[in-house]
Design a protein around this ligand. Sequence first.
Ligand code: PLP
Length: 447
Amino acid sequence: MKQKKFILQESEIPTQWYNILADMPNKPMPPLHPGTKQPLGWEDLAHIFPEECSKQELNMADRFIDIPEEVLDKYKFYRSTPLVRAYELEKAIGTPAHIYFKNESTNPLGSHKINSALAQCYYAKEEGTTNVTTETGAGQWGAALAYAAKIFGLECAVYQVKISMQQKPYRSSIMRTFGAAVTGSPSMSTRAGKDILTVNPTHSGSLGTAISEALELAQTTPKCKYVLGSVLNHVALHQTIIGLEAEKQMALAGEYPDTVIACFGGGSNFGGIAFPFMRHNLKDGRQTEFIAAEPDSCPKLTRGKFMYDFGDEAGYTPLLPMFTLGHQFKPANIHAGGLRYHGAGMIVSQLIKDQLMRGVDIPQLESFDAGMLFARTEGIIPAPESCHAIAATIREALKCKETGEQKVILFNLSGHGLIDMTAYDQYIDGDLQNYHLSDEQIAANLQ
Ligand SMILES: *Cc1c(COP(=O)(O)O)cnc(C)c1O
C-alpha cells in the first residue's frame, strides 16, 4: 500500500531553528533609523520588540538557535504537522510529478502563524513584559497571538483593520474567545487614531493605520511590547520549524524536493519551508528551485523595486531594504488578506536579488480554481492565501506533464479556509474578479 502521510514522533521534532543569515553569501543591508538613517543595533530594536527577538533579528553568526524548552513543549500540542503526498491531486492533473504538501493548517488556530506567536510571547514573558500588542488584517496573526499570549499569561491588545473586522467577524470572535482586547482601527483610543479620524471620520482602516496605533500603545504603556507576525527575520527564523520537519519527513518518504513552493505575504511561511532546503543549495550543491507565489494584484517580488522602504503607511517603522511597491501602495481588496502587503522580508528580498529564488504572480481566479481542485481531491479547504501556493504547484505539475519529468514538488499549506467561506461562495457564484496592475500604476506608487 502506498504511504500517504508522514509524521514525526515527538522525540524527532527539531529542537533548533535554522538561521539562514549565517549562511547567506550576501547579507541583507541593515535596517535604518527612520529619522537619522543610521543603522540600528539590537538595543534600538529592543525599545519596541522583545529583546531576544531583537538579537535574533540581527544575528549573522549562529547557524542554529535553540528552541526554548517551554516553546518546544507548546509546539508538541500540534507538531509535528503532517507531510502528505497529494496522490488525488496528482491524478486529477495527470502529472508524473510527485506532489507533497506540509500541512500547517492542522493546529486549532488554523495557520502557521502560531509557530512564531508562541516564541515571541515566551520571550516577552521571560523578559518581564506583561502586555503585547499588534495589528492584524484578516485576523490569523491576531488569533494566533491571542492564544499564545493567553497561555503565557500576557495581556494582548489587537488593532484589527476596521473593514476586515466587519468582513470577517469570526476572527475577532476567536481573538476575544482567547481573551484579547480587539479594537477596530482607526480608533479613538490612540493619538494616531484620533488624528486619522479627525481628518476622515469614515476611514475604513488599513494595516498602516493599525500598525501606527499598536506602536503607539506599545510606546505609551509600561511593560508592553509590539510583536509582528511576518516580514521580520526573527519571524521567519521561528517558522523554519516547518522546513526542518519537512526535511526529515521527505527523507521518510525517500525523496528530496526539486521544487519548493509557498505563498508570499511578508515571507514567513515561505522562508519557513524554503530556508532549511536552501541551506543545502548554499552548502551542499543541491539545486532545488524555490518559488514564492504572490497575488497578481500585489506583485512586489516580480514587479516591485529593491530599495529602503518603511513597513507601515505612516513611516514610523525602521527603514528596511526590500522589494516593495511603495509603503503607501493600496492593494486591491482580494480575499487573500494575508498577501496584501506592500513589502517583502529582508532575507527573501536579498535572495531574490541574488537570483537564488524567484516569485510568480497568480491572478485571484486562478488561485481559487486551484483551491477548488485541491479541496475536491484532497478534502481540505485551503486558506485563500494558500490557494496561491497550490496554483503555482499546479503550474509546475502541468509543465512536468508536458515534458514527462517526474519532479518532486513540495508546497506549504499555510492554513485552512474554513473561516473564509464567503470567498468560496463568491467564487462559486461567479462574483470574483482579477485585479491586474499596469506598469504606470506601479511606477506612480514607487514615486
Ligand atoms: C498570514 C498568512 C500568510 C502570509 O504571511 P507570510 O508571512 O508571507 O507567510 C499566508 N497564509 C496564511 C494562511 C496566513 O495566515
